[in-house]
Design a protein around this ligand. Sequence first.
Ligand SMILES: Nc1ncnc2c1ncn2[C@@H]1O[C@H](COP(=O)(O)OP(=O)(O)OP(=O)(O)O)[C@@H](O)[C@H]1O
Length: 246
Amino acid sequence: MTQTIKVHGLRQGYGKTIVLQDINLTVASGEILALIGPSGSGKTTLVSTIMGMLRPKVGDVTVLGQAMPNRQLLAKIGFMAQTDALYNALTGRENLNFFGAMQGVSKQTLAQSIPAAAKVVDLTEDLDRNIGGYSGGMKRRLSLAIALISDPAILILDEPTVGIDPVLRQKIWLELHKMAAAGKTILLTTHVMEDAEQADSILMIRKGEAIAQGRPKQLISDYQVDSIEAVFLKAGRQQDAHTRNR
Ligand SMILES: Nc1ncnc2c1ncn2[C@@H]1O[C@H](COP(=O)(O)OP(=O)(O)OP(=O)(O)O)[C@@H](O)[C@H]1O
């Protein structure tokens, strides 16, 4: 398996504030990595650094063997941001066409990839409605469809399942696993523990530090608990104890 995304010794922050300390991770092609952590723990900052929107303060980030930031690599990454950057005055299909064209996808390809992406997120029936009338969850689903339309080798999804009901969430996970099986590299953030359990590997972030990392079953066994949530709680207590002893 090729290591598609590598983060080594990353320290990141804004101005003088440090938000992430000594983060290391790798994601291989065919693998799904979930970044999990509470609000404000630094997940979006890490994703933005991997995308090259923020330059590492210390350490390095490589995608497909090349240091980020690197504009050319962006064409290979399907990105779903946390805040939906959609055009409310346009229909779902028009949004997909617009963002597809921005990503350089040809009209012929879009004619096929738009219905396929809409099907994954269950928006087929609503494609020709103005998205001003979409619910929050529908907008999230449209943003996910936008990340899929160029059929990128790498998917980076910031909170893809927020506002999405359990049945559709399950369906989306099924599709993510299919895409990984076809060789895609997928990195997503979540603060839903059940979501993280479905990933191949998990990186738990708390207060800007990686507190636990590994395959879900392995983590549960290593921490001698019965759920990912319990791993998180235990690893968090260990982090606090360690901080007090520093
Ligand atoms: N542009 C910015 N300037 C200054 N501080 C920021 C900026 N963006 C984020 N932060 C701070 O960095 C920390 C980590 O934020 P980040 O958005 O990465 O967390 P998160 O884990 O993605 O949270 P959430 O789950 O709520 O999205 C927070 O303390 C936040 O206030």
